[in-house]
Write a protein that binds this ligand. Structure first.
Ligand code: SF4
Length: 356
């Protein structure tokens, strides 16, 4: 769609965070309905990136918890999955999980670019609504309300087009109405928060983001939209970084990736084609492995990618366990050469998230 309609022609590139989430049944005496915990930073400081976690006490004695790692990280040895496992070991999080049971696991790349990354929203025969367009209010960690409103505006435009007997049309008024709605007002107020934290780090960046949002609230903000860089462009060569020694899973609070994937209830028909396409396998070997030390083996939260030794030639071989893919799209976003393309699998296969 990007190549055909070029919807991003007049906006900043979209940027993302990889959110990894679990549901747990926890002991009744630890469950406090409605309690919300948000965290920022730890344990990411060591890996020179930023992000944060959440833990929500929801209905039925469950907590939903997760950790988002910004995908503009530079160190190819970062593993967002391992950062999440490490985060769960913090005493303030672990205390709720001890004695509980993990019941579900999932992952998804979250659009964090904000207002300056909202693309053209309508094209012949379709429109972008909700998270497909990127209406997340990053500082509020919230996007359901904007997603619903954008769906309502698109529906109103579609209904008006049908009533006027328009065919094969582009819902141009949807785009205009959205840019005139409270979604635009809300997202413009926070538009520099994400780039300030990305540029200046969790401590200084958060303070600057707070000042920027406060000034905008008072209508004295500078007419300035900070720019984004594509996440894959931020990745640096492996020889500029040290490998990160992540702790082994304890099997109680922290787990390995393959066990975790089983809790996403992912299923793809076994005889379908691989939906993860590598355009140039030589480039993958020479650069993704040779220069960047195989970051796909660490950023993928489902353990889909492996570099193994070819038994016949002794050469490195890129293995793609596509049946494990939980459709988070991180490979399409973070591959340093943009050499991996996520395509839609057949037959509605993929993760089957209960209550996620
Ligand atoms: S293969 Fe790509 S889309 Fe699938 S789970 Fe791994 S990173 Fe996500």
């Amino acid at each position: 769609m990007k190549a055909k309609f070029d919807l991003e022609a007049d906006c900043q590139p979209q940027v993302y965070g990889l959110g990894i989430k679990e549901l747990w049944d926890i002991p009744a005496d630890k469950h406090v309905p409605g309690r919300v915990i948000h965290t920022q930073g730890w344990p990411l400081a060591e890996s020179d990136t930023w992000g944060g976690g959440f833990l929500y006490h929801q209905a039925n004695g469950q907590v939903a918890l997760g950790f988002v790692t910004a995908l503009d990280y530079k160190n190819p040895y970062v593993s967002p999955f391992q950062e999440f496992q490490r985060w769960k070991q913090h005493p303030a999080i672990r205390e709720y999980l001890e004695g509980g049971t993990r019941v579900a696991y999932g992952a998804r790349a979250i659009n964090e670019g904000g207002w300056q990354s909202v693309p053209k929203l309508a094209f012949p025969g379709g429109a972008l609504i909700g998270c497909a367009a990127g209406f997340v209010n990053v500082p509020r960690i919230k996007g359901s309300h904007t997603a619903m409103k954008s769906g309502m505006l698109a529906a109103e435009s579609a209904a008006a087009a049908i009533a006027a007997s328009h065919e094969k049309t582009e819902l141009a008024d949807y785009d205009a109405n959205l840019r005139d709605s409270w979604i635009a007002k809300e997202l413009k107020q926070v538009k520099n928060a994400q780039p300030l934290v990305a540029k200046f780090g969790g401590d200084v960046g958060t303070i600057l983001a707070g000042v920027d949002m406060w000034m905008r609230q008072l209508k004295i903000g500078l007419p300035l939209s900070m720019k984004h860089h594509r996440d894959y462009e931020e990745l640096q060569r492996a020889d500029l970084h040290q490998p990160i020694a992540y702790p082994k899973p304890d099997g109680e609070i922290s787990f390995d990736r393959l066990t975790s994937v089983a809790y996403s209830f992912t299923n793809h028909a076994e005889d379908q084609r691989n939906h993860l396409l590598v355009e140039d396998m030589e480039l993958q070997k020479r650069s993704e492995l040779g220069v960047y030390a195989g970051p796909s083996t660490r950023y993928c939260p489902a353990g889909v990618y492996e570099w193994v030794e070819n038994e016949d030639t002794g050469e490195p071989k890129f293995v793609i366990n596509s049946q494990n893919c939980v459709h988070c799209k991180t490979c399409d976003i973070k591959d340093p050469n943009q050499n991996i393309e996520w395509t839609t699998p057949e037959g509605g296969g993929g993760p089957n998230y209960p209550n996620m």
